[in-house]
Design a binder for this molecule. Structure first.
Ligand code: HEM
Length: 407
């Protein structure tokens, strides 16, 4: 790759771990510069709300990475197109995307999610009981992480006792979404991620065989029953779907809960207000999704020649959408850098838009609202006990630790 032009250098800056605590000034610089088009790299980076919104809704936007010119070139050079096997439906297009999404859609519908609320509230209370005994807590390890991982494990039928086994593989696969290849042409840690991905698929395949022998009341058993009843999906597709749901179900929600706790503790009046009135929780959740989103960027491939705003994108080129920048677009949100859950309209793309709109959005919103109202009510005088530390992740950006004192 040649020496980066100034605009490209900003993208490389974004990858620097030193930016992780506060990447927003760099996002703003990128937004102010307009779309970054690097035709020689077959890459186009959008950061305004209007452009990101348009790409997500555009009928020619594809999610199957094999349709990209760069992937086709790699295949032509002898690389294996899909070393993990078939991808989860997040990375598929119709008709496969539609078919697989429909098969699991019901399990995450608002009605089903609503029925889970009492159980989830009890799980949160259990975690907070443990915190109360200790007198201080580490918001990630003690609350924001254990809740979503327990919930998605229970829904899928993955034994929670196995969490120590799959947690590092899941974390590494989450890091695989970082745009190193697109922005620099290099992919540090790719071999380790490949091994983690193969291990997790093997683990899920074994679990599937156990459920096939002994079905339970969970999603894996449900998908096996569908597989056995006809030709609606294959065994490999079940593994890929469970793999997607397991990772998407917790590597993101942990960051929504933690980012909201941090934002409220930095705007202390919001913590106190929520402690006094649980009805404020949805506003806190939506503003956190806008202000500090758990998924900072998503990608698409142009399935045909496209025009977005004034930018022309040839078929096969990759488009990166910097959602975290778009959600602070001053053309759409007044005072975008203020955390203000009371603003009249909170506009964000934190769950995406269009056919790939987050399947787990109702679940994530409910888990976060229940957790945040419970933690503020239980510990109304909590305060930050130190600075947060961030994980290296760019795309699924989030904290590794967040120390909180209870009084
Ligand atoms: C705060 C938490 C969450 C955030 C911010 C989030 C964000 C997103 C985003 C931005 C997308 C779209 C990606 C794209 O268009 O390329 C997405 C898709 C998806 N999410 Fe979530 N997600 C969250 C929680 C969850 C949970 C709890 C689940 C569990 C079921 C989940 C499952 C999925 C699935 C299966 C997709 C793929 C949908 C499709 O391709 O049709 N997510 N999520």
């Amino acid at each position: 790759m040649t020496v980066p032009a100034p605009s490209q250098a900003l993208l490389v800056t974004l990858l620097d771990p030193a930016q992780r605590a506060d990447p927003y000034p760099v996002y703003r610089q990128i937004l102010d510069g307009g779309p970054l088009q690097m035709p020689e790299n077959n890459l186009h980076v959008f950061s305004s709300f209007a452009d990101c919104d348009e790409v997500l809704r555009h009928p020619a936007s594809c999610s199957d990475r094999l349709k990209s010119t760069t992937a086709q070139r790699a295949i032509a050079a002898g690389q294996h197109p899909r070393p993990f096997g078939t991808p989860g439906f997040l990375f598929l297009d119709p008709p496969d995307h539609t078919r697989l999404r429909r098969l699991v859609g019901k399990a995450f519908s608002p009605k089903v999610v609503k029925a889970l609320e009492p159980d989830i509230a009890a799980m949160v209370d259990g975690l907070l009981d443990e915190v109360a005994e200790a007198g201080e807590f580490e918001a990630i390890a003690d609350l924001a992480y254990p809740l979503p991982v327990a919930v998605i494990c229970r829904l899928l039928g993955v034994p929670i006792e196995d969490e120590p086994k799959f947690s590092s593989a899941s974390a590494l696969l989450g890091q695989g979404l970082d745009p190193f290849i697109a922005f620099t042409g290099e992919s540090p840690g790719a071999e380790e991620r490949l091994q983690a991905g193969l291990w997790l698929r093997g683990y899920l395949r074994d679990l599937m065989e156990r459920r096939r022998a002994e079905p339970a009341d969970d999603l894996i058993s449900g998908l096996i029953a569908v597989e056995e009843s006809g030709d609606q999906l294959t065994e490999e597709e079940i593994v890929a779907t469970c793999n997607l749901l397991l990772i998407a179900g917790h590597e993101t929600t942990v960051n929504l809960i933690a980012n909201a706790i941090l934002a409220m503790l930095r705007h202390r009046e919001q913590w106190t207000a929520l402690a006094a009135d649980a009805d404020r929780a949805p506003g806190i959740v939506e503003e956190t999704l806008r202000y500090d989103p758990p998924v900072q960027l998503v990608g698409r491939v142009a399935g045909a020649d496209m025009t977005i705003g004034e930018a022309r994108i040839p078929k096969g080129d990759t488009m990166m959408l910097l959602l975290a920048a778009a959600q602070r677009d001053p053309g759409v949100t007044e005072r975008p850098d203020d955390f203000d859950p009371t603003r009249e309209a909170i506009r964000h793309l934190a769950f995406g838009k269009g056919p790939h709109f987050c399947l787990g959005a109702p679940l994530a919103r409910m888990e976060a609202a229940v957790t945040l109202s419970a933690v503020t009510r239980r510990f109304p005088r909590a305060r930050l006990a130190g600075e947060p530390a961030y994980k290296p992740n760019v795309t699924l950006r989030g904290m590794a630790s967040l120390p909180v004192a209870l009084s």
